[in-house]
Ligand binder design. Structure first.
Ligand SMILES: NC(=O)c1ccc[n+]([C@@H]2O[C@H](COP(=O)([O-])OP(=O)(O)OC[C@H]3O[C@@H](n4cnc5c(N)ncnc54)[C@H](O)[C@@H]3O)[C@@H](O)[C@H]2O)c1
Ligand SMILES: O=C(O)C(=O)C[C@@H](O)[C@H](O)[C@H](O)COP(=O)(O)O
Ligand SMILES: [Zn+2]
Length: 382
């Protein structure tokens, strides 16, 4: 079951390097790595002290092992806890974390350590990017989504009531430690949501990976295929980020499904009872495929194949599957107008010509998007 160019080293660990000149870093992937995080940090960073950030769910499960590992490595560490959930990506939590970091007298050479999913990673990364104009950041991702996507690439930030991720900075981590064993405590729903970002890499430009996922997704969910899926995903993201760190071009491809997805998340007020990020991305990717087919860009059979796989793993693929009040096309269009890919007021979408053939489409006609959304809301597949 091997597809990655990063087979396990002795001890079962894999590593992927993000090539960014003097800001290059390693992503370490494997079961049981949490306990060695302190030693890996001590080997690479000058830091004497660290502040570990975790949400209220992850902290009791995994912070003790991480704190013990830091202590063994001679790094003095404290724990900062935040509420779980997307609404933690807000100014008041950023302020609380920044204040704690300064109060603990962490120096520029010390580290903030994000132990958690993408919410903790994005919030902690933002704080690390701005306190003392940039401190070390170590990502210890604990959700599938964070291991394959958010811990890598240096996008950090919080949400605005007007839209998702509208406030933030690019700040690369110094190290990423993805312990696949910690995924054992993740809920099935969150694992599945994270899988949407795994499938995304296949849909963007890795058709072989998509085929592998179609054949092996059960092994990814059950365990034996996990490290392979994480390694291929991290390599896919590392390649894109190395080529376009600040999204002036090709990095926008990583936004497949996100223009629609972010609008849905924001319009749903980030209510996890309605949808979480990975589910929004799954619906967004299905919409991007159907919209591409409607525009005559993508054969219907390719769209059907993409949607069929997302449905096979149990992910939602239509707006009407989101519980709660109906969405309004106008409200979604207002959110889409705030998307960070908008240039001179024109909409940019990631569209596709087929599996693994996504492309950046500029100047997409707003009326075409609005009409498509109105149909998806009222008459789209349930
Ligand atoms: N910066 C980026 O490049 C990037 C990429 C993708 C997504 N994101 C962001 O990431 C966020 C979504 O991340 P997420 O899906 O990890 O959400 P999350 O951080 O909210 O984690 C999901 C849930 O799983 C719990 N959890 C995490 N790890 C666990 C574990 N090992 N055991 C038990 N529970 C665990 C958390 O407490 C939370 O309740 C969104 O805000 C999204 O915008 C950022
Ligand atoms: O790393 C990227 O670039 C991505 O687009 C990855 C996405 O999965 C992620 O959700 C990201 O936060 C979205 O970026 P945004 O710039 O649209 O906020
Ligand atoms: Zn995403």
């Amino acid at each position: 079951m091997s597809l990655s160019s990063h087979p396990p080293e002795a001890g079962g660990r894999r590593s992927v390097r993000v090539e960014l000149g003097e800001r290059s870093y390693e992503i370490l992937i494997g079961a049981g790595l949490l306990q060695g995080t302190g030693a890996e940090m001590a080997r690479r960073l000058p830091c004497a002290r660290a502040l570990v950030v975790a949400d209220e769910t992850v902290a009791p499960l995994h912070a003790p092992a991480l704190l013990a590992s830091l202590e063994r490595a001679g790094i003095s560490a404290a724990l900062h806890q935040v509420p779980a959930g997307e609404t933690t990506k807000r100014f008041s939590e950023l302020e609380r974390l920044v204040d704690r970091t300064i109060a603990e007298r962490l120096e520029r050479g010390d580290a903030l350590v994000a132990l958690g999913g993408g919410v903790v990673g994005d919030l902690t990364g933002f704080a690390a990017g701005v306190v003392r104009r940039g401190m070390h950041l170590v990502q210890v991702p604990t959700s599938l989504l964070a291991q394959v996507d958010s811990s890598v690439g240096g996008k950090t930030g919080i949400n605005s009531p007007r839209g998702k991720n509208l406030i933030g900075v690019f700040h690369q981590p110094s190290l990423v430690v993805a312990d696949t064993a910690v995924l054992e405590t993740l809920s099935e729903r969150e694992f599945r949501a994270g899988y949407a970002e795994v499938a995304k890499y296949g849909l963007i430009d890795r058709p072989d990976f998509f085929g592998w996922l179609e054949a092996n997704w059960r092994a990814v969910f059950a365990g034996p295929g996990r490290a392979e899926a994480v390694a291929v995903s991290c390599q896919a993201k590392a390649d894109v980020v190395a080529g376009d760190e600040r999204e002036t071009g090709a990095r926008a491809l990583l936004n497949l499904g996100h223009t629609f997805g972010h609008a849905l998340e924001s319009a749903a007020a980030y209510d996890p009872a309605r949808l979480v990020h990975g589910e929004a991305v799954s619906i967004g990717m299905a919409l991007a495929h159907r919209f591409s087919t409607r525009l005559g860009l993508c054969p219907a059979s390719e769209t059907e194949r993409a949607v069929r796989h997302l449905q096979a793993v149990g992910l939602p693929t239509a707006i009407r599957e989101i519980p709660g009040p109906a969405f309004l096309a106008d409200e979604l269009m207002n959110k889409i107008a705030q998307d960070k890919k908008v240039q001179r007021g024109s909409l940019t979408f990631i569209l596709t010509r087929g599996i693994g053939q996504a492309f950046v489409a500029r100047d997409v006609e707003p009326a075409a998007v609005a009409g498509f959304l109105a149909e998806e809301i009222t008459a789209g597949p349930a």
